[in-house]
Design a protein around this ligand. Sequence first.
Ligand code: ADP
Length: 587
Amino acid sequence: MLSLNINMKKNPKLAESSTEKSQTPDEDFPIVGIGASAGGLRKRAEDALQGKTEEQQELSIRDARSLIHELQLHQIELEMQNEELRRAQKELEESRDRYSDLYDFAPVGYFSFDKNGLIIEVNLTGAKKLGVERNFLIKKPFSLFISPGSKDVFYLHLRQVFRTGVRQTCNLKVVDKKGVQLDVQLESLSVQVGNSVHCRTAMSNITESKLAEEVAQEARIYAESIIETVREPLVVLDEDLKVISANHSFYSTFEVTPDETVGNLIYNIGNRQWDIPALRTLLEEILPNKTQFNDYEVSHKFQTIGQKIMLLNARQISQEVIGTPIILLAIEDITERKKLELLHLENERLITAAKARSEFLTIMNHELRTPLTSVIGYSIILEGKTQGELNEKQGFFVDNILKSSKHLLDLINNFLGLAKTEAGKQEMIFEEISVPDAINEIFELIKENAIGHDIILRKEFDPEMLSIQADRMALKQMLFNMLSNAIKFSKKEGGIITVSTKRENDMVKISVADTGIGIKEEDIPRLFQKFEQLDSGISRKYDGTGLGLAITKQLVDMHGGKIWVESKYGEGSNFIFLLPIGGKKIE
Ligand code: ADP
């Protein structure tokens, strides 16, 4: 740079135009003036010579010699300076050519626009991108090459550049001479050129990156649509374990919203419900080392949806595919499946138990009932005295054996009956049964017993209510149990038992009301349980096994009906049951 300045000072043209200046004291090279206007110098020298004395002229010759020497030196120096100047000029031209090449062949198009968007300058790349000669573009509006939808974007951009003076960027679509549309990005600055201001713009083709972006977007939509169709909850995490996205199933299963999920650390979702130690171990320790894990079972109690058992599957998707690593976490809620498995196990256990019980019942039936029947049979023979008279004590013992054996047989029969219904082995055969007929039949059976207790039997039948669909044996057993109890728990002085029927919509209501000892309110809840006898102490006054009501309730249930009692202690009880007229509804 320095040498260039010096050379410029020594430029003969510049020197010529500044001849007068050569008189200034800082004139480094007076010879420039001499060399530059040799005629002037000569004249001055001749004038000086005319005014000189002989002696002076004598001296002047010496001076002239030295002057010639000086002149020669300066001439050589001047030639050297000229040489240097030419070299510098060549360098300057080369440098300018280089910059102009750089400008013209830059990978982006460079444009200069005036305030109206007219092209003032453009490099070759810019012209090439638009498919026209550079000269054609000069003074032409750039808008000629902008697609209609983007023109406003360009003018707004231009206005902002001139208004703000700050670098502005915009994306728009240009159309080249052949009609091919390109996505371009303009990056512009305003610059002062002389008295006017220009907008200097670099235009880069972003068609490919736009295309790549569109492809990536399509791929993302495709991937998201796949994730959305997956039934299992899926969540996509970034490398910091923040949720990038989740599918519908995730939101609905865990009752969280996208707003409180996306962008949050997985542990913070839904009131930190996902802060599960096992999950932390997986995501922070196992996954970084293994890149995937399968079917990791986690049991966790969520605040909103309760206890859940889940199988977690995770994959770390490599960087090359997506750019940054992501984690796909699939969650399979196996709570119901686990419950079913447990149920299945329980079922198997019950089947085994039922089998064992069935075997036990068969044995009980045979091994207990057979000898007991013999005991009762022989006791009756003894009591009948056909084999000889019995003394008083023997008679008392035989009577006791008979009573106890009958009680035992009752117990076994009831127990076996209950076991049968409980095991579902008592098959119900639904048929049309006349309710009045069934009640009359049971009345016939218990008539003697009632008379023995001074009890009057009454019937109140609803004339509208005649027959129902029911199991004949079961219906009779229900009535028999109710009526036997009503007699058994009557007062010493006797009483009245009323059996009534009434139609209630599609049900029949049968009630067995007595005027017996009644039941205390607090005892009522225990009544229908097995082996519950309200009078169960040592001083028990009433026979029975405590199974009659439990069996009755089961039979009512098997008909799809309901049973309950209304009672007043000391005044009597009313056992009521409702049965569907049309038989048990299939659920
Ligand atoms: P049990 O074989 O003892 O009669 P149940 O299951 O038929 O067994 O009855 C259970 C208990 O309910 C009876 O022991 C009795 O205390 C009470 N109970 C049943 N029916 C009546 C009734 N009609 N009046 C008073 N108490 C009754």
